[in-house]
Design a protein around this ligand. Structure first.
Ligand SMILES: [Zn+2]
Length: 234
């Protein structure tokens, strides 16, 4: 089952006693409020996205549980060394007409994590993607589950006045969240999704898209972390 990647967003999260208790359920040793940096990820919702897919409300609830304990990584590195934070809680909340998955994350405040925390606080690392696998992807036109039978309908097209999209349901696993650096333009750094095992699009040339500086910073930070980071390895 191939992971589906969706763009998400980093927001602020305060540390209080309740949050700290949830964090310490994940931590290797008890941490005080001063020792942790927390943030929340406004992850996926149940609205049809640019890939013509939407998660069902049940899928969002399943992810809220499955993501607890999962790592937050830099740039899709799957090694433990690139782990920068951990998800300690998840919930689904109303966002206007939408239901949205919120993942709360923490990282210890150490010399090793200081640069990453600064990047998060400064809004440089504010886009991320979530990787999940689903058992069902149901066509809104004919109801065919695409993980079993591919139908002829194309997402985003209209068939007799009805738009085609795919309902993602029955989450099999939630793997990770990956943070990436983005410049001032809100959508510039959003990560494209990979659908049903298809090829991921090539990264655009950073120089062409004006992201050179942010991408270089992200790479430098990642290299730095690979050299220095060791605090949260298992
Ligand atoms: Zn169909």
């Amino acid at each position: 089952m191939d992971p589906i990647l969706k763009a998400a967003r980093v927001c602020k999260q305060e540390v209080n006693a309740g949050e700290l208790a949830l964090i310490n359920a994940q931590a290797l040793r008890p941490l005080s409020a001063e020792e942790v940096f927390t943030f929340r990820l406004a992850a996926c919702d149940n609205q049809v996205d640019r890939d013509n897919e939407r998660f069902t409300e049940d899928a969002l609830k399943e992810m809220a549980d499955l993501f607890v304990g999962r790592p937050v990584l830099m740039d899709h590195q799957w090694s433990a060394r690139s782990q920068t934070a951990r998800i300690y809680a998840g919930h689904v909340e109303e966002n206007g007409p939408a239901q949205r998955l919120i993942l709360r994350c923490y990282m210890p405040r150490t010399d090793k994590t200081r640069d990453t925390i600064t990047a998060l606080e400064g809004g440089i690392l504010r886009e991320c993607s979530v990787g999940v696998a689903v058992r069902k992807s149901v066509c809104s036109i004919c109801g065919a589950n695409q993980t079993e039978t591919l139908c002829q309908h194309r997402g985003g097209r209209e068939y007799e006045g009805k738009r085609c999209w795919f309902d993602l349901d029955q989450v099999a696993d939630a793997y990770e969240v990956s943070l990436c650096a983005v410049p001032s333009q809100p959508e510039a750094g959003a990560v494209k999704s990979k659908r049903y095992g298809g090829q991921e699009p090539q990264d655009p040339d950073p120089a062409e898209t004006g992201e050179a500086e942010a991408m270089l910073l992200a790479r430098a930070m990642q290299e730095q972390e690979e050299k220095r980071y060791g605090g949260m390895e298992e």
